[in-house]
Design a protein around this ligand. Structure first.
Ligand code: IMP
Ligand code: MG
Length: 173
């Protein structure tokens, strides 16, 4: 296994998710909220963020895949698993692990917006600084990081490292 340099500790992640969960609970109190996790990367953020939300809420998942296998996003996205639930008239919060080019999220938001949700917002644990090519407003941004490729806490390199409880950078190979 390659060396991994810790970038964001498990404790820092939990503290950030507690803050986001508190804000989400305050902002959506009394509203019909459905939190949508984007698989696979967001599975850990969803599980831990959910524990910090203390209002009635439903959860659903989507799975998307960029065409091709490069580490660069093409912006062409395939929906592998759609939502189980209708979102018309409901408040939707998309939960992402990381936003890099923003192209995946941009496509996803376009395809959800046509279903007429009451609102559509985004929470993302990580944002890569300065590389978002699509016009995006992230209501609940977590940590802004540099352009390096990160793994752990749901994020993978070639399918591995999602199980790490922290976010780190791969060193060497
Ligand atoms: P975007 O369309 O460029 O914003 O790409 C977003 C998706 O690419 C994320 O949901 C991740 O699945 C993946 N991704 C982008 N940057 C990283 C990274 O540093 N590590 C692991 N996956 C990443
Ligand atoms: Mg993702």
């Amino acid at each position: 296994m390659a060396d991994i340099r810790t970038l964001i500790t498990a404790e820092a992640i939990d503290q950030k998710l507690a803050e986001i969960g508190e804000a989400v609970s305050a902002d959506y109190r009394g509203k019909d909220l459905i939190v949508v996790g984007v698989l696979k990367g967001a599975f850990m953020v969803m599980a831990d963020l959910a524990r910090h939300i203390d209002i009635p809420v439903e959860f659903d998942f989507m799975a998307v895949s960029s065409y091709g296998a490069s580490t660069q996003s093409s912006g062409v996205v395939r929906i592998l698993k759609d939502l189980d639930q209708e979102i018309a008239g409901r408040h939707v919060l998309i939960v992402e692990d990381i936003i890099d080019s923003g192209l995946t999220l941009n496509y996803l938001m376009k395809s959800l917006r046509v279903r007429k949700p009451a609102s559509l917002e985004v929470a993302s644990l990580l944002l890569k600084s300065g590389v978002q090519r699509a016009e995006l407003t992230i209501k609940y941004p977590g940590f802004t990081i540099g352009p390096e490729f990160v793994v752990g806490y749901g994020l993978d390199y070639a399918g591995k490292y999602r199980n790490l409880p922290f976010v780190g950078v791969l060193e060497g190979d």
